[in-house]
Design a protein around this ligand. Structure first.
Ligand SMILES: [Zn+2]
Length: 439
């Protein structure tokens, strides 16, 4: 590769604005309310690699306990850090300390000093300094299970899609109906409640709903769903909790996905690799989504994480179905080389307007959004420099593509969703908080 060309492109890409297409960032106040130190940078994802290296879960959890003295936590951490430090997960932490805490590395000699600097910087305006000023990010699509109550100039909510299909009992149906002021006696009534609720949430600034490939619904059976709904609502004495796989659950998921399409709300889908050790990631294979994608052609599907490790298969899915976009959230910190391979193949396969190039996918360590974005910019510059060198297009076109991946494509998606953006939303209640998971 032409190194000078790569660095020229990288520098130009660093000047571009970015829309962060997926995060789990809560309101800034939540981060500021907790003690912060060097281990804050290892509070997300890196635990996977430390544990894979050989660290026990109990030892890892101890590094995250601020009540344990810092030097004791470092002694637990250091042997595994030395082994895991070259993974992409860990690189984001190293870039973050270089950019924000004036340190070249994280070592026995400087962990205490880095910790002091992180705590000193854990003050109001942290999000603005990191996300807006250092990263050039204009919006973060965040999933925290509810609508954020603050920082709405930056944080744009995406909520769980399964919330209407998960039904504990008939009283829960009645509460949801009362919330939108509609009576419910039939399944059709309940579907109207879902549509009304979705429209209301969209008016409050919600820009999408999330599901994961592992629970992609089977074909809907309306008759079986109506029977189950009637039993839920009118048979007494039995606990009738509705769970994934039930006919009623499946029907409601399909209805919700269809309603998202009608309301121009995209459906986000986790695909591939999972976020902790000891899980069977094969259940999240992107191919499980194909029947759903085919059934709901009016709904936009925003497929996350490049379907890792099935980057080629998800590329063919995006090539085949015009209602699919590919979102590289989380991908650059899983493996930069894999991200480069995916983008390079996808340039052959997919029109470049269908790729969303970056999503940090962090909760607490907001500084690592910068590290991740820097890695994304490097990956994009490498792929595009290779293409320019090989004569596919010129540097101007390379920058057009980079801008599309980092800003224009997610921005067009937000415009299509037709949400009110660029102004502070009022604070709204939204659904009840759920436990926040990564990815
Ligand atoms: Zn995520």
């Amino acid at each position: 590769m032409d190194t000078a060309l790569y660095h020229r492109l990288l520098e130009a890409i660093r000047q571009l604005p970015a829309i962060d297409a997926h995060e789990h960032l809560p309101e800034e106040g939540e981060r500021l309310s907790q003690p912060a130190d060097v281990f804050t940078l290892f509070s997300h994802y890196t635990h996977n690699d430390l544990i894979t290296a050989g660290m026990s879960r109990e030892a890892y959890d101890r590094t995250q306990d601020a009540a344990v003295p810092l030097d004791e936590r470092w002694a637990i951490f250091e042997p595994w850090w030395k082994l895991a430090r070259h993974t992409s997960y860990c690189r984001a932490a190293l870039i973050a300390v270089q950019r924000f805490y004036d340190a070249d590395d994280i070592t026995a000699n400087n962990y205490a000093q880095i910790s002091e600097r992180i705590q000193a910087a854990n003050t109001e305006g942290l999000y603005d300094r990191v996300l807006r000023q250092a990263c050039g990010i204009t919006k973060c699509l965040t999933q925290i299970g509810r609508i954020p109550q603050a920082n709405r100039d930056l944080l744009v909510p995406v909520l769980p899609l399964t919330q209407w299909a998960e039904i504990a009992d008939s009283a829960q149906v009645a509460r949801r109906a009362a919330k939108v002021g509609m009576p419910v006696t039939t399944l059709s009534n309940y579907c109207e409640v879902i549509r009304s609720d979705l429209a209301d949430l969209k008016n409050k600034g919600v820009v999408g709903f999330k599901i994961h490939a592992g629970i992609a619904p089977d074909k809907a059976n309306r008759e079986a769903a109506e029977t189950q709904f009637a039993r839920l609502m009118f048979s007494s004495g039995e606990h009738q909790q509705i769970v994934p796989g039930d006919a009623l659950w499946t029907f409601i998921i399909h209805e919700t996905i269809a309603a998202c399409g009608e309301l121009e709300l995209p459906v986000s889908v986790h695909t591939g690799i999972l976020w902790t050790n000891w899980q069977d990631f094969t259940v999240e294979h992107p191919r499980r989504l194909i029947p759903t994608i085919l059934t709901h052609r009016q709904t936009r599907f925003d497929l996350y994480h490049a379907g890792i490790p099935w980057i080629r298969e998800i590329g063919i899915i995006a090539k085949s179905y015009p209602n699919v976009w590919l979102n590289l959230c989380w991908v650059h910190i899983i493996s930069q080389r894999l991200a480069i391979a995916a983008l390079d193949e996808w340039l052959d396969l997919i029109p470049y307007n269908k790729i969303l190039g970056f999503g940090g996918d962090y909760g607490k360590p907001v500084e690592k959004v910068y590290g991740h974005l820097q890695m994304a910019r490097e990956d994009i510059a490498k792929v595009l420099a290779g293409r320019v060198t090989d004569g596919y297009f010129n540097e101007d076109e390379a920058l057009n593509i980079a801008r599309a991946w980092l800003f224009d494509n997610p921005n067009l998606q937000l415009q299509q969703t037709n949400s009110v953006l660029g102004e502070n939303h009022l604070s709204f209640g939204g659904p009840q908080p759920e436990s926040v998971q990564a990815c």
